[in-house]
Design a protein around this ligand. Structure first.
Ligand code: EPZ
Length: 424
């Protein structure tokens, strides 16, 4: 296992180019199981989670290869195996995204129930309810979901749950509905930009989907879909992570490029509220921050898009740990998503967790310490904390970070951070 060694205190300067969105590439790769013929996908990031999805697609008869420019081609050449095994799914729960495409294209899918993970139990009841509404028969056997159908039929589906909409649930159901007989309406659909990107890909393959990005998505079933070319959108969570890192390190001369700032307005709003000037460049496809004075406290509640993203909650907590006053951060999507708190306390932060809410009392400075990465975004938060802390921070188990950030230490070191990777 690898670890990061970070010397805090550096100001970052130069340019960071954001990679393609992991949470868009994963469901789009799954959706290639729906289509006949090859699809070429550009801007697919080279991440551990993507490699895991490509391995799973290989099991399921979808051949994938990257050319010298990193453009990925995917084409189904065999439909003999439709079983996503526990061994595959336990390593990456987004593997559940193959369920809808397999069921719709082959009439059968066996997908291991994803377990929980560091941020909480990750139920899939809404996915299954949506697929059953389309006419699928769903059984559970030995920890696997077994879904089967003759032909899916369009219907009206309410997909909201206790925590609001479901991103992968919306993607599974809308993907399956593309080949159903008749029209499907999904009410309380997820509005994330990654849902829109998946629909852009599917429509380019011949699907007839409207309303993506709104809570009501309409899908008119078609006979078949054929492969197409698609470029994955930039990763708004990676972009948000680096904007927060720039703010925390008061790096006024760091350009974050290849972004869609319009997809990040909830975070931009909160950064401005705490005193950070966010400066859009190149029509919102790049941005930098200016930190004119002290960081101000604020209150944040995570919400489904377009609300404040849960995936930058941990990173924002680091910035609020340095604010001049008390902030309140409430996690409405994954109420237990606070594994970063004990590690930040080791670095001198003053945070009190009360159920799904953390009260953050700003301190003058964080102090470097050995800390442990836990989930993907909490680990990115620890990198930001290490960048601003006094002294040295060692972050163990950085494989968590490699799941969602392409060479984060290389990108940061190129901008002046003192960070290196070492074998444990
Ligand atoms: C996606 O997960 C993202 N992952 C997550 O990013 C992200 O945190 C999450 O959406 C919320 O934005 C990918 O896209 C691969 P949900 P997903 O279904 O779709 C509950 C990262 O760091 N729920 O929108 O699995 C669920 O427990 C990852 O990149 C049900 O109750 O999340 C949660 O409380 C972490 N029943 C809420 O809904 C269901 O059937 C939102 O979950 C499904 C979800």
């Amino acid at each position: 296992m690898d670890k990061f060694i970070i010397q805090g205190g550096a100001t970052l300067r130069g340019e960071i180019t954001i990679s393609g969105a992991k949470n868009s590439a994963l469901p789009i790769l799954a959706a290639t199981l729906l289509v006949d013929g090859p699809s070429t996908l550009a801007n697919v990031p080279n991440l551990a989670d993507i490699r895991a999805q490509l391995d799973l697609l290989g099991d399921l008869g979808c051949d994938t290869r990257r050319d010298e420019n990193g453009v990925l081609t995917a084409e189904v050449t065999s439909t003999d195996n439709s079983w996503a095994t526990y061994d595959r799914v336990r390593k990456m729960r987004a593997s559940i995204s193959v369920l809808g495409p397999l069921l719709a294209r082959r009439g059968y899918a066996r997908v291991s129930m994803p377990g929980g993970c560091a941020i909480g139990s990750r139920p899939v009841d809404l996915h299954l309810r949506g697929l059953e509404a389309l006419g699928a028969k769903i059984e559970l056997d030995n920890g696997d979901i077994i879904a089967s159908c003759d032909k899916l039929r369009g219907t009206e589906i309410f997909l909201g749950g206790a925590f609001g909409s479901t991103v992968l649930g919306t993607m599974n159901v809308l993907s399956a509905a593309t080949l159903a007989e008749g029209t499907t309406v999904i009410e309380s659909a997820a509005c994330e930009p990654e849902v829109v990107d998946l629909v852009t890909y599917l429509n380019a393959c011949g699907a007839k989907i409207s309303g993506a990005g709104s809570p009501r998505i309409t899908i008119e079933g078609v006979e078949r879909l054929t492969g197409c070319d698609h470029t994955v959108i930039p990763d708004r969570i990676e972009a948000g992570t680096f904007l927060i890192a720039a703010a925390a390190t008061k790096s006024d001369d760091l350009l974050i490029q290849n972004i869609h700032l319009r997809d990040m307005m909830a975070l931009v709003d909160k950064l401005r509220e705490v005193g950070i000037v966010v400066v859009p460049e190149n029509n919102g496809t790049a941005a930098r921050v200016v930190v004119p004075g002290e960081i101000l406290p604020t209150d944040i509640t995570t919400q489904p898009h377009p609300g404040f993203p849960t995936d930058v909650q941990a990173q924002m907590m680091v910035l609020l740990s340095l604010a001049n006053g008390n902030s309140v951060l409430t996690e409405k999507i994954f109420p237990d998503r606070f594994l970063h708190v004990p590690e930040l306390l080791r670095m001198g932060a003053n945070i009190r967790k009360e159920g799904p809410t953390s009260i953050i009392t700003g301190v003058d400075q964080l102090i470097g310490a050995p800390v442990m990465a836990s989930d993907l975004r909490a680990s990115a938060a620890l990198v930001i904390a290490g960048l601003v802390a006094r002294g040295e921070t060692t972050i163990r188990r950085v494989y968590h970070i490699d799941r969602g950030y392409e060479h984060i230490e290389t990108k940061l070191a190129a901008c002046g951070a003192t960070i290196r990777r070492e074998k444990e």
